[in-house]
Structures are given as structure tokens and as C-alpha cells.
Design a protein around this ligand. Structure first.
Ligand code: ADP
Ligand code: MG
Ligand code: ZN
Length: 426
């Protein structure tokens, strides 16, 4: 239906080897190819990168990709090169030759480069880079600017980065060049702020659903004593999740170590993962879990990037997350294969204080934690509906299909949350 539609389909199959789009990917691609400023909101793992990588191949010229994390950029450039797509990256730590090559590519009207990844401070602080980008623009070769993790623009987001504020000049500096922001943060507050910061009022916002129908959500009362907590975990791993693979998230390195040791003493095969371990040790644990030698990995949130195990059947939160955004992302590592996964949170009041000290020192606000506590304390509203509302999504008449503890207990005689019923009736 668009002049580019055929080419888009062809690239999807021939270059990316993907058989079909995920929800909203094609809308996002069509929107940005129509040269509209667009913000794409999709959960982590939904496939936001494709929304700028594919258009980059459909049109002539260069796509600039602004991304906050060098490791993510390196991963993407590597994977693009494997697909024989010409991509480069430029960070403050890039070797001189690479930086020069990238700068020349911007000026060169014959360059084969399709995507250039840069950190936000490049745009902000490198005069040379900006001068060359201006040349690229006046040669008509600046195709579009993609801004990944665009919520970093906003003070209201959970991950504000000062360098993102310089991106506000782009829409005026390069009129006619479409900006494409991408994020998994969906609150109206943050999205409004992002539009303001980028000077793109009235841009098109394309949002996919955050509902994960195959995930079951449950809160368990967390006992005061550590031994009793361990007993719960033991029961879950030995019975309910027997022969299944999962993750147990803890709030501190000490907890991760204690829980690992405790479960090992009970004869369970679990691995421990946190930021204080050497990279090599971490990767060993990851591999052993991936190969199902370990039933579960007991980890702090340092365990996040690069988890692509499709058959994670359970994610247990030994302590509440510091925000719903975090919780959604961490628990969302279950059930990537589309089969049932369970997201269980152990909740007790005293943990609020433990987490709040951390939250306050990092973001200076308790609002994020409040959302998480509300989710745990809620006893009458469907948890799935609560998650939808948190992400400003219209739940309407959607059905949970008894995929949360509240919907189950609302349909049961007993409303009590206890472990026995959790283990037997589900
Ligand atoms: P996000 O940035 O939204 O977290 P990514 O862009 O990193 O997600 O994509 C996550 C994974 O999904 C990648 O491995 C990607 O290749 C894959 N992917 C993206 N789109 C599709 C699709 N339409 N079909 C199958 N896999 C896809
Ligand atoms: Mg991404
Ligand atoms: Zn429900």
C-alpha cells in the first residue's frame, strides 16, 4: 500500500530472515518512512531495533542511532555485520582510526555505511562530529535519527541521562529529517516530557501492548525468618517447578549468596550471579544455567543483559523490585517461548524499607517503589489489569483467563494466599 511496502517485506525476509512482523513493528516502520516524527513504545524484547534497522536499508543515506550504552551498540553492530549490513559505531573510547573513518563516512556522498551508532555525548560535545553531520544533512544524505531508550530525556523516567538533553536541537537543526524515539517506558508523563525535550509536539506515538497472556502473576506472603523463606523456595523448586528452569531475583549480593548456599544445602542445583563476580565467573554460571545444569540462577538485577533463554518457566522475586518498570522487565524474562511462565513475588512489609533506601539514593523519589507496593498489596483487582493501568494501557474488557492469583481466588471459595494452595490447586 506504500511505495516502499514491497521493499520492506523483501528486506525482512532476505536480510533479517524474519518471517513476519511482531505487533506494531510495521506501523512504526511505515510511520517513520512517511517522514513523520515517531515515538515507538514497546516492551523490552519486543523488537524495537528492527523499526530503524530495516528502514535504514530501504532508503539511501545514513541513519544515525543514538544509544546510551556502548555494550548494546557493540552487540547491534556485530549482529548487523553478520547480516552483511554496513554499520559503524563511534564512542568516546573508539580507536582514532575508527572515529576518523566514521567522520569521513558522514561527509562522503558515496559511503556504503547505512547505520552509524553514536553516544549522546557525541552529538552534544563533538564539534567535529556535528560539523560532519551538518554536511551529511546538506548533501541530503541524513536519512533519519533514531534515539534508543528515549525516556532517558526525561527527568520523570527511571533512567535520566543529562547528555540526552542536547538532542533537543536536532529537530530544528535538521528540518525534514524524521526522528524516531524508542522506549519501553510507557507512562503518559514521560512520553509528554520526551516530546517536549525533543521539540516534536504532535509526533505519532505507536504503542504495542504490554500484556503477556502466557505469564501467570502471583504474590506470596514472605515470612519474617530467612529459613522459612528458603523453605518456600525449596518447595517451589522441588515440586511446582521440578525439572523446570528459572530465575530467583534478590535485592542484594548478600541475599543472592545466602539464598544460593541455603538452596544448595537442600540439595538443589542453583548458580549465583551478581556484579561483584569476575566477568568470567559470571559467564560460566550463565552457561551452566543455559545448559540446564542449574535449575535456577539466583541473581541480583545485574543479571539482565543477554538473557535469551526461551524456556524460562519461572521468575521468583525474593524481594520486591524497586519499580513496576523493573518488575515488568525482570519478570518478563519468563515464557519467551510463548508457553506458560510464572512470576511469583515474595512480599513482606519490612522489605519496603530495605528497598526504599536504595531507591531514594538512586532516583530521589519514592513514586517508583510506590507502584510496586501497590501491585503487591492489591488483593481485589486483577494483577494483569493493574500492570496494564500502570503502563497507561486501556484494559477494557480484556480477559485475564485466570492467569493471576487474584482472578483465581475471586473465582474460588478460599481467598487465602498460602503456599499449599499455590502448589496444589494451580
Ligand atoms: P527491544 O529493543 O525492543 O528490547 P530488540 O530489538 O533487541 O528488542 O529485539 C529482541 C529480539 O527480537 C532480537 O533478537 C530480534 O532479532 C528479535 N526480533 C525482532 N523482531 C522480530 C520478529 N518480527 N520476529 C522474530 N524475531 C524478532
Ligand atoms: Mg532495545
Ligand atoms: Zn487476573
Amino acid at each position: 500500500k506504500y511505495e516502499w511496502s514491497e521493499e520492506v517485506e523483501k528486506m525482512l525476509k532476505d536480510v533479517f530472515k524474519i518471517s513476519s512482523f511482531r505487533p506494531k513493528q510495521l506501523s512504526a516502520i511505515n510511520s517513520t518512512l512517511s517522514r513523520q516524527h515517531t515515538i515507538v513504545v514497546m516492551p523490552t524484547g519486543a523488537g524495537k531495533s528492527l523499526c530503524y534497522q530495516l528502514p535504514a536499508l530501504v532508503e539511501p543515506g545514513i541513519t544515525i542511532v543514538v544509544s546510551p550504552l556502548v555494550s548494546l551498540m557493540e552487540d547491534q553492530v556485530r549482529s548487523l555485520k553478520n547480516k552483511e549490513i554496513n554499520a559503524m559505531l563511534m564512542t568516546s573510547t573508539s580507536p582514532k582510526e575508527e572515529t576518523n573513518a566514521a567522520l569521513n563516512a558522514l561527509k562522503d556522498i558515496k559511503t556504503p555505511i547505512k547505520l552509524l551508532y553514536v553516544t549522546p555525548e557525541r552529538l552534544a560535545k563533538s564539534k567535529r562530529f556535528m560539523a560532519n553531520l551538518q554536511k551529511c544533512f546538506s548533501n541530503g544524505r541524513l536519512q533519519r535519527i533514531a534515539i534508543d531508550e528515549v525516556h532517558c530525556c526525561s527527568h520523570w523516567g527511571h533512567d535520566f541521562r543529562p547528555d540526552y538533553k542536547y538532542l533537543g536541537i536536532l529537530s530544528n537543526m535538521f528540518p525534514g529529517v524524521p526522528l524516531l524515539g524508542l522506549t519501553a517506558t510507557a507512562t503518559a508523563h514521560v512520553l509528554n516530557d520526551v516530546q517536549k525535550m525533543l521539540n516534536i509536539p504532535g509526533c505519532l506515538i505507536i504503542k504495542s501492548t504490554f500484556n503477556r497472556p502466557n505469564l501467570f502473576y502471583k504474590i506470596l506472603e514472605k515470612p519474617t525468618s530467612n529459613d522459612e523463606c528458603l523453605n518456600i523456595l525449596e518447595k517451589l523448586l522441588k515440586h511446582r517447578y521440578k525439572n523446570e528452569s528459572g530465575i530467583i531475583y534478590t535485592n542484594s549480593i548478600k541475599d543472592a549468596e545466602d539464598v544460593t548456599n541455603g538452596l544448595r544445602q537442600k540439595g538443589l542445583k542453583v548458580g549465583c550471579y551478581h556484579a561483584n563476580m569476575e566477568a568470567e565467573a559470571r559467564s560460566k554460571v550463565h552457561i551452566k544455567w543455559h545448559e540446564n545444569y542449574y535449575q535456577a540462577i539466583v541473581a541480583t538485577i545485574a543479571f539482565g543483559m543477554g538473557i535469551d533463554k526461551p524456556d524460562v518457566r519461572f521468575v521468583i522475586h525474593h524481594t520486591i523490585s524497586k519499580s513496576m518498570e523493573n518488575y515488568y522487565q525482570e519478570s518478563g524474562r519468563a515464557g519467551r517461548d510463548g508457553l506458560r511462565g510464572e512470576c511469583v513475588t515474595l512480599y513482606r512489609m519490612q522489605d519496603i524499607f530495605k528497598v526504599s533506601a536504595m531507591v531514594f539514593s538512586s532516583v530521589g523519589s519514592m513514586d517508583f517503589l510506590y507502584g510496586m507496593v501497590k501491585y503487591c498489596l492489591n488483593g481485589h483487582l486483577c494483577r494483569r489489569e493493574l500492570i496494564a493501568k500502570h503502563f497507561d494501557e486501556d484494559w477494557g474488557d480484556s480477559d485475564c483467563n485466570k492467569m493471576c492469583d487474584v482472578c483465581i481466588s475471586n473465582s474460588n471459595v478460599t481467598k487465602e494466599i498460602n503456599l499449599e494452595s499455590h502448589c496444589q490447586t494451580l
